[in-house]
Design a protein around this ligand. Structure first.
Ligand SMILES: C[S@@+](CC[C@H](N)C(=O)[O-])C[C@H]1O[C@@H](n2cnc3c(N)ncnc32)[C@H](O)[C@@H]1O
Length: 314
């Protein structure tokens, strides 16, 4: 960037930038009964009870294929064939699109499954299906786990990540408060790009047909003094939950999403609510929330946690 030196960016990085998302405290807010609702039913029936274009943000983690038994009839994830599993999401994605506001977004946390030594590519299948149902796939975020579950394959690499599909209803107009999640540039980025280097540079200008260049010809790259948007690889531990549910996702995964893609008072949905992690974080951050959960025991657990938030005294 013209006129800016490497060291002036370092000064900005160390002083004025917001803290890393993962170090942020969730602003605490009390819940009131009208802020939340847990529907104990099948996902299709639960979604059918929600009005058109009322949900601002969905954050969910559906049952992964053949990972766990949630102990309830009608559960998704136990289908004998992968196609039957994926097919169930056609209705889910279509219903989610219907209930989402025009500027709303949806995040689907999903892991993959090996069967007969073969990786089934479930996140990719679900991303393609979501697109078929009318969603725009904006990111395939990788959640790199600091503490992946133990496994001991002998002839492939261990699995250390899950996917977070970031889906939007509109191609470009949706809630995304970029400034709320900016982080300092990496030192290597500042060194390489911080002095206004020309993107494409000499190599680009020497091309016979500059239009053929994959890089935009001679574009200088400006570092934003407020920092950059984090990348699509999120490194976080998996387990920071003590609730009685096998597959809770960590609150720290949810907080930055709620912060960037919704505003106080917005409605946040989790159609596979489990113990209610999304709903809890939504309430703590001043949003309203609906959770749908088939297993009555988990639905009750989610309700209990939300009730506790309303009686908390801090
Ligand atoms: C991966 S877990 C979600 C865990 C949640 N993110 C949490 O933090 O507790 C998936 C949940 O989907 C529920 N589920 C399975 N089949 C369902 C269905 N057909 N309709 C609604 N919920 C279902 C399971 O009981 C399970 O609690």
């Amino acid at each position: 960037m013209a006129g800016k030196t490497h060291s002036s960016y370092e000064a900005i990085a160390s002083s004025a930038l917001p803290p890393q998302a993962e170090n942020r405290e969730v602003p605490r807010k009390k819940a009131i009964a009208s802020d939340w609702r847990i529907i104990c039913d099948d996902v299709a029936i639960g979604l059918g009870a929600i009005d058109n274009a009322t949900v601002d943000l969905t954050i969910t983690s559906p049952p992964y294929y053949r990972h766990r038994d949630y102990g309830v009839e009608g559960q998704i994830g136990a289908e004998p064939h992968i196609r039957a599993y994926v097919d169930q999401f056609r209705r889910v994605f279509s219903e989610l699109l219907r209930v989402t506001t025009p500027v709303g977004t949806c995040f689907v946390v999903i892991g993959d499954t090996y069967r007969h030594q073969e990786l089934l590519l479930i996140p990719h299948r679900l991303a393609l299906l979501a697109a078929e149902c009318g969603w725009i796939v904006r990111n395939d975020i990788i959640w790199s786990k600091l503490d992946p579950p133990p496994e001991s394959p002998r002839n492939r690499w261990r699995t250390g990540h899950e996917h977070i599909l970031f889906l939007t209803k509109n191609r470009s107009r949706y809630k995304f408060n970029a400034d709320s999640i900016r982080v300092p540039y990496a030192q290597a980025t500042i060194k390489r790009w911080g002095n206004g280097q020309v993107y494409g540079g000499q190599k680009s200008s020497q091309r016979q047909l500059p239009k053929d260049s994959r890089m935009r010809h001679g574009k200088s790259f400006r570092l934003n003094p407020n920092g950059c948007i984090p990348t699509d690889v999120w490194t976080l531990p998996a387990g920071d939950s003590s609730v009685r549910h096998y597959a809770t996702f960590p609150e720290r995964l949810i907080q930055p999403i709620v912060e960037v893609c919704s505003e106080p008072g917005d409605l946040v949905l989790d159609p596979f609510a489990g113990s209610g992690t999304t709903c809890r974080v939504a309430i703590l951050m001043g949003r309203r929330t609906i959770g749908i959960e088939l297993n009555p025991e988990y639905a009750e657990l989610a309700r209990k946690q939300l009730k506790e938030l309303s009686t908390r005294t801090d």
